[in-house]
Ligand binder design. Structure first.
Ligand SMILES: [Zn+2]
Ligand SMILES: [Zn+2]
Length: 344
């Protein structure tokens, strides 16, 4: 599938990942693993990538390090770890460091300038993109007392920052793509506690509708749909989250049981109004036994859109502690929407 940001054909369906997820970052018999000390500079030049095309992550870091020294951005005394934070694509739980195939590493770094990042993209085939590390996490904060809400995005220096994370459920893998420079970092675990809590709540409530009220890029709502709820509603006030919630319906179309998906808008249009109050429709997925609606808006304004019962709602805000203290919102939700609510 084509990427909605760069237009290149680097998007996979969830079912493409499930069959080969254990091979993506595994070595071939000829791959060479030399674990490097991350707290000092690399002590030798990295070997060329293996004939299979993969390179061990420490060697990729060493190549980036030498490039930064050559560009004058490193003196040569910095530790290897200061190159940046690695995010593999797709993000999966690994028991040992990865052997990286082509265009599988998004780097978040405060060191690179645009010229050196472009050089890295051309000289190091494992790099899919480099984001400039900022001081605030990308996305919007959970503070409801600041209007308009504070929002932040990281600058993309080269390549593309759209990447996937994979989350296993008892009914198959959820694959969620995101524009990483506009999204929080999620780390997939071997068994994800949030997904487990969604499974337990659905088994207990048997909801007619499952509402993922601050959906991010749709992980929990899509998991609910895969786990058998017929009607799912996903919503997020942040444009990039709402858009990728909708895009991820396409990515997980087969396991959701969707025949198709109708988009009411696209990413460039949504980016004009990055934070939305009154919910607007982004997309609707439909199948013989499935409806998945996606909205961009404030969760405080969702209740008129929810009619089915029983309703199960998950709230997964970035700042859970502050959210739990928001008693007026939670009691308002109980009065207008009702049903069962959980914070995973
Ligand atoms: Zn892309
Ligand atoms: Zn190899």
């Amino acid at each position: 599938m084509h990427c909605p940001v760069c237009g290149k054909d680097h998007i996979c369906f969830a079912h493409d990942f499930s069959s080969r997820r254990h091979e993506i970052f595994s070595p071939c018999p000829d791959c060479n693993r030399i674990i490097r000390n991350k707290s000092g500079p690399p002590d030798d030049s990295p070997p060329p990538p293996c004939r299979c095309g993969k390179a061990f992550i420490d060697d990729v870091y060493a190549r980036l390090y030498l490039l930064l020294v050559d560009a004058g951005l490193f003196s040569g005394d910095e530790p290897l770890s200061s190159v940046g934070t690695p995010l593999i694509d797709p993000g999966i739980f690994l028991r040992s460091p990865p052997f990286l195939p082509s265009r599988s590493l998004l780097l978040i770094s405060s060191v690179f300038d645009a010229d050196t990042a472009h050089r890295a993209y051309h000289e190091v085939p494992q790099i899919s993109g480099i984001l400039k590390e900022g001081t605030n996490p990308p996305g919007i904060g959970d503070r409801t007392d600041v209007l308009p809400p504070v929002s932040c995005e990281q600058e993309l220096l080269c390549g593309c920052d759209v990447r996937a994370d994979l989350f296993p459920t008892s009914k198959g893998t959820v694959a969620v793509y995101k524009k990483q420079g506009a999204a929080h970092i999620e780390f997939p675990h071997g068994s994800d506690p949030k997904i487990r809590s969604v499974e337990a709540a659905i088994r207990r409530v048997h909801p007619s509708i499952f509402v993922d009220a601050c959906s991010g890029v749709g992980t929990l709502g899509i998991a609910g749909g895969i786990l058998g709820v017929h009607h799912v509603l996903l919503n997020d006030p942040w444009y990039a989250a709402a858009f990728f919630s909708a895009f991820n319906l396409l990515v997980n179309k087969d396991s959701l049981g969707l025949d198709g998906c109708t988009f009411s808008t696209d990413l460039p249009h949504l980016s004009h109004e990055k934070v939305q109050d009154d919910p607007i429709s982004v997309a609707e997925g439909y199948g013989s036994e499935k409806v998945v609606e996606v909205f961009q808006g404030r969760m405080e304004m969702l209740s008129p859109l929810i009619h089915d019962h029983p309703v199960l709602t998950v709230f997964d805000p970035f700042n859970k502690k502050q959210f739990r203290q928001n008693q007026s919102f939670l009691s308002g939700w109980a009065n207008t929407v009702g049903g069962e609510v959980f914070i995973p």
